[in-house]
Each structure stands twice: as C-alpha cells, then as structure tokens.
Write a protein that binds this ligand. Structure first.
Ligand code: XIL
Length: 353
C-alpha cells in the first residue's frame, strides 16, 4: 500500500472533527485553518487539475436534504441516473416527458454544475411501445432520429456531454445484437452521432460502455470504431468508460495506457459511472483496497491530458444500484449509507492534492 496507514488516517479524521468543533465554537485552530477558510471539496481539488468530479443522482433521492447538501457542495458535475433514459423521456411514441431530466438540470444550474446527458441510444430501459413490436428499418430510423433530436434539442445548451450510444459492444468485441443493430446495422451509431450533433452542435458526443477499462477485445472494438468514425468525419468527441469495478476481478492496470490511446485519436475520455463493489460484509481490508483503487483510477485520469473528469455512479452506498443488481455485493461508493465519508473518499482527496 502506498497510502497513509489506517491509524494515521483515523487520526487525521479525528483532528478534522476536532477542528470542526472548535471552528463551530468560534475558536480558530491555527494559521492553516484560517488561511484555508472552508475545506476544499472534491470539485475544488479537481478543478485545480482542469478536471471535474461528479456524481450520478436520481429523482427520488432529491427529497433527502442531507444527501442533496453533499451532492450540491462536493461535486461540480451531475448525471441523471435514470431521468433522461428513453423509457422516462418518451413513454408513449411521440409523447415526451422532460420533467425528470429538467429537475436534474435545474438542480445543476442552482449548484453551478455541468450535466452529462445519459443516454440517447441503449438496449435497456426502453419503453414497451418500442420493444413490443417489429419495425422496418425505415420506421425505426425515423423513430430513432425523432427521439434523439427531440431530446437533444430540448436540452440544447444545458448539457456538457451526451452519452449518445451506450453499451454497443459485447465482451468479445462483436456488436451487441440490439434492436437498433439488428434492424439498422452498425451504421446506426454514426447516424445517432450525426443527428445529435445537428440538434446541439456544442455538446460533446460520447460512446460509453462498461468493461472497457483494460486494453482488450471490447476496448479494442471501440478503438477501431472511433478511429473509423473520426476518419469519416463523424462527430464523435469522447469515449466514456463506465468503470463499474469489482474487487474480485482485480484492478484494471492498463487503464492509464488505454485512456492515453483514445486521447491520441483526438478524443476526450471520462470515467463516467465509477463504483468499486465488493462482496458483503465490507471489512477494513476490503475498504482499504477499495480506497487504493479509487486513488489509482483518479491518478490514471489525472495522468492523461484529455481525461476530462470522473463521475461516481451516485456517491453514497445509500443510493447505490449495486445491491439490487449484484447479489451479495455492495459498499461500492466513497460515502457510506449514513453519508459518512469512507477511506475511499480520503484516498480520492489524496490523489487530487
Ligand atoms: C442503472 C441505474 O443506476 C438503476 O437505477 C437502474 O435501475 C438501472 O440502470 N450502466 C448504465 C447505467 O449505463 O444507466 C445503469 O444505471 C448502470 C449500468
């Protein structure tokens, strides 16, 4: 481990808590405390490197005031966890509902945060009207174009970057046989990017996927596709690596090199949905390893010039998607279920300092 020991970290935290009590009581705690003013947030620290530090959030969580306070202060970017997906935004064909996405965008405005739009084209969380029948290529093309352009136009000027196509490849680097691929062929990706670009020429357009952190068949497929799209002049600006990591699979040690090869294609990269899950119960050893991983992935992004930022897939275990989707796993985020920072939080800070 190249971190501080758990004991010194605990001591630091206790010192911080004591300082907070003293400051609260109007007692200055030395020259550093006076000079620093209020403690810096992850966003403050990331901005010094020209990066953002973000979190996903979801509409039902926004009634939780303590949760909202940290979301609004610690981060300078947010992503709607569900509110901009197709099932939410076009629940009936041609009938659009922007209420959930708008709520997130308005919150971001109030807190001076960037928004990543997630996601325009994906095989999952589609409305029943779309999946419940067959479409000809001509029909589906029109449906897809209308959906993309209505959504991107509605949020024009308010979205920093769009995940235009999400999860287009299988693990072996072949195209995922989605309704879009099967009906339209692989050209649907370039079309989606072009349509989105027409609707908001200033938004950064991304392809986004999981298990693409290491160099391997799946990230190779993206590398090849990105190169072709760039050569054809298709408006592609970034590659999003979800980074849903799991302790049992090992740390993706080629992450930094992988980010760098995409940068060299002239693309931005971002870690878009970070979490580091583990089998429950969590213990001190697992949480220490998790902290190292958070530090290492933050280091990797900082080491690559065009890695523009990092987004946690929500910031607290209280609202993590992991327990519901991976049986027996959880504790994946830097804040625990009581909204208290875990070792991972302090490790991210160390990386950003
Ligand atoms: C997840 C949400 O967090 C859950 O609330 C929802 O039930 C399922 O989707 N990859 C993605 C995200 O691109 O959209 C997924 O979000 C997590 C995996």
């Amino acid at each position: 481990m190249r971190t501080t020991t758990t004991r010194s970290r605990t001591r630091l935290r206790l010192a911080g808590a004591l300082a907070a009590v003293l400051v609260g009581a109007g007692i200055a705690t030395g020259p550093t405390a006076q000079a620093e003013g209020k403690p810096q947030t992850l966003a403050d620290l990331a901005q010094k490197h020209g990066r953002y530090y973000g979190s996903a959030t979801d509409n039902p969580e926004l009634v939780d005031e303590p949760y909202k306070a940290i979301l609004g202060s610690e981060f300078d970017q947010i992503t709607p966890g569900n509110g901009m997906k197709w099932y939410a935004t076009e629940p009936q064909q041609g009938v659009f509902d922007w209420s959930k996405g708008d709520e997130i965008v308005n919150l971001a405005r109030a807190n001076h945060q960037k928004v990543r739009g997630h996601t325009l084209v994906w095989h999952s969380q589609l409305p029943d009207w779309l999946t419940g029948r067959d479409w000809t290529a001509t029909e589906l093309r029109a449906v897809l174009k209308k959906h993309i352009q209505a959504e991107v136009r509605h949020y024009k000027g308010k979205i920093y970057a769009w995940d235009v196509v999400n999860e287009a490849f299988n693990e072996d680097g072949t195209y995922r046989e989605t309704i879009f691929y099967k009906t339209l062929g692989p050209g649907y990706i370039a079309d989606a990017l072009r349509w989105a670009h027409q609707a908001d020429p200033k938004a950064k357009l991304y392809l986004n996927d999981y298990n693409v952190e290491t160099i391997g068949p799946k990230s190779d497929a993206y590398y090849k596709l990105a190169k072709e799209l760039k050569a054809q002049g298709v408006p592609l600006h970034g590659f999003g690596l979800q980074a849903h990591l799991a302790l049992q699979y090992g740390y993706p040690t080629t992450l930094e090199d992988n980010l760098r090869r995409f940068s060299r294609l002239g693309l931005d990269t971002a870690l878009t949905e970070v979490d580091v899950r583990m089998y429950l119960p969590a213990d001190e050893t697992k949480l220490a390893t998790q902290a190292e991983w958070y530090r290492d992935l933050t280091d990797a992004c900082l080491a690559v010039r065009r890695c523009v930022g990092i987004t946690l897939w929500d910031y607290t275990d209280k609202y993590s998607w992991i327990p519901a989707f991976f049986e027996g796993e959880g504790a994946a985020l830097p804040w625990d279920e009581q909204l208290a920072p875990k070792p991972a939080y302090f490790a991210i800070r160390e990386a950003l300092k």
